[in-house]
Ligand binder design. Sequence first.
Ligand code: SF4
Length: 373
Amino acid sequence: MSSIYVHIPFCKQACTYCDFHFSTNQTLRGKLVDALCREIHMRSAEVDGPIQTLYFGGGSPSILNAEELSKIFDALTQAFNLTQLQETTLESNPDDHSGENLKLWRSLGIDRLSIGIQSFIERDLRLMNRAHDVSQAETCVRSAREAGFNSLTIDLIYGIPGQSMLEWQGNVQKALALQPDHISAYCLTVEERTALHHLVENGKVIEKEDTVIEDEYLYLHQALETAGWRHYEISNFGVAGKEAVHNSNYWSGQSYLGFGPAAHSFDGQSKRRWNVSNNAVYIRSIEQGVAYWESEVLSERDRSNELLMTGLRRADGVDLNLLPPAHRKAILSSVESLTGGLLESLQVEGAVITMDATKWLMADAVIRALMIA
Ligand code: SF4
């Protein structure tokens, strides 16, 4: 079954670390929602059977009002078979968790909220220019539960400059105390052309050392595993049965359709396409009926390397039986030539290679060593 991703490229304000595609100028919102609905209708023939998961990401989909969200849901319902949906996720920010919005999201069939908390420390939220405050971070999970959501995931960020180890431990414990079903924790990376990059370049913010970041990661891993959670992907933890279905489909190479500016699509075989990352050009192109995307056909080698990349960052590992025999052989022979810490981080059982979760931060080095040239 296929998945659908809908990209909503608008935010209230720009977080200092963010390099996703979004705009804080809301003037094109109405036109963009109309173009998005047209794209959904135009591409309805690309999937035959039922859709398994729906995911609204961005940007900030929780910024949309009832009319805008309803229009998009109507278009999806008309264009695709949504009768067998297993998961419908909306990315939301704590400042958008009004009683009215929570009710609206439930009424539309959204059953999973991904809440961008990031930190429970006001200083961190201001450094990152988040639109919410600590009290909203602390109350949003409870209010979502009370509104009937039984699948809640929260985002945390580690590696935040100026945050002590004790504070990070406090953030992890506060997250656990809120009893979400899932936690996604990402390392703060300083991307070029972001406000944070500018602050680092000017010496106003000092990045954390890799060893400190590693200690924070290890604390997170140990604290959540001790609490009975499953660390099933480098950035993702779930209580039993609450692993993200949508993202797991991506990682296992299943097909998905992406709608909206900057959204990617994959046919589950070899063809990938991505929409233009520009709201005005996206709207104009759809209105004029001209191409608004680029595409590529992946070679067998690209596919094998992608499965290796995603597999080694997951608890399930990479099953080499899914790769052509020559690629399987090449990877196994590269494993044999590894030495030291890289070799010790891997387990090989039959044709399945897994990497020790405590070593996932060095997955890039292992993947580089095993990739098929
Ligand atoms: S709310 Fe999300 S998408 Fe928007 S600027 Fe912040 S991190 Fe980026």
